[in-house]
Each structure stands twice: as structure tokens, then as C-alpha cells.
Design a protein around this ligand. Structure first.
Ligand code: FES
Length: 184
């Protein structure tokens, strides 16, 4: 869509390319409208069992190495799973004593210190912060940094700098075994 838009702007404004662009734009809007109209209908018609099945996600975490992060989807949201290093765990505990905007201890945010599980949605305006992929800018606190407006989160996912008001949220989850978790 962005390509088509920039192409249309780059082309001479001869009337035709602009009309083409408007046609494409309005059919895309129409399609989005149809999708969002269907979703509430399906939701309200689903039997409880279906809704429950969709409401949780099981994740095999056995292949995640220390220091590695993976992202999985749960209810349409990115879930950040980070297997923290000893240094990251130590830093998170030390930062319990820092000046925190949304005061929570690291221990209250994890079930097992090595595994930090978060909803990867910035509490400012809902962007997905960077920090999951190798080479990402993790910000000054070695956690996550939101490229949109610069919020920075620490190794416990707590907000430390920038406009976001709250820590990255911890989703409901449970360890089914040592190597698998259920989110939701
Ligand atoms: S959405 Fe993350 S800083 Fe604005």
C-alpha cells in the first residue's frame, strides 16, 4: 500500500494515476471494514470451549538459550519471552532500589527468575518495542526501547525513561513443565 501510495505521488499528476490510487485506497478501506465487522460477530457466537482454546497458547521453551529472546503471539498480541542471563537477573534485582515510575519488584514480575514473560506492547501508545532480536537497540537499561517515542524498559520490563506510564504488562501464564508454559 505504501509503495502504491508513493508511486502515485511520484508519478506526474495527470489525473489518471491519482484516480487509480484513490480506487485502490478505497477498496482497501472497504476490506478492512468487512474484517472488523465480522470479528465481533464470530466472538459472540463462539461456544465457550472455542473461546477458551483461543484464549491460551502453549509454548515449548526447551530450545531457548540463556540470553535469547523469542516472540510468540497470544490473542493477537506479541508476547516477549526472554531467558535472562545471570547478569540481567542481578541487574533487575538491583534496580528494585532505583527510582521507578511504576514501582514493582522484579520478583513480583517473574515466576522463575530466568524466565521473563511480557506483553510486548508499549504502555505509551501501543507500539512494539525493540530489543527482541540480536542487534536491536535495547536502550540504556538493556531491556527494550520503543522506537516510536523513545520509552525505555529495563531487564524486568519496567519503564525507566520516556513517555510510557507503566511497566510492560506480565500476561497470565503458568509453567506446565520445566520446559513448557501456557500463556492465558
Ligand atoms: S508507543 Fe512506545 S514510546 Fe510511544
Amino acid at each position: 500500500m505504501a509503495d502504491q501510495a508513493s508511486h502515485a505521488h511520484a508519478a506526474p499528476v495527470d489525473g489518471k494515476s491519482r484516480r487509480d490510487f484513490l480506487l485502490i485506497a478505497s477498496s482497501a478501506v472497504g476490506a478492512v471494514g468487512v474484517v472488523s465487522a465480522i470479528v465481533p460477530f464470530v466472538d459472540s457466537m463462539s461456544p465457550a470451549a472455542d473461546t477458551l482454546a483461543m484464549a491460551s497458547t502453549e509454548v515449548d521453551i526447551s530450545s531457548i538459550q540463556v540470553g535469547q529472546s523469542v516472540t510468540v503471539a497470544w490473542r493477537g498480541k506479541p508476547i516477549f519471552i526472554r531467558r535472562r542471563t545471570a547478569a540481567e537477573i542481578e541487574q533487575a534485582a538491583k534496580d528494585d532500589g532505583a527510582e521507578l515510575r511504576d514501582k514493582q519488584t522484579d520478583a513480583s514480575r517473574v515466576q522463575k527468575a530466568e524466565w521473563l514473560i511480557l506483553i510486548g506492547v508499549c504502555t505509551h501508545l501501543g507500539c512494539v518495542p525493540g530489543g527482541q532480536k540480536p542487534g536491536d537497540d535495547r536502550g540504556e537499561f538493556n531491556g527494550w526501547k520503543c522506537a516510536c517515542h523513545g520509552s525505555q524498559y529495563d531487564t524486568s520490563g519496567r519503564i525507566r525513561k520516556g513517555p510510557a506510564p507503566k511497566n510492560l504488562e506480565v500476561p497470565p501464564y503458568a509453567f506446565l513443565t520445566d520446559t513448557s508454559i501456557r500463556i492465558g
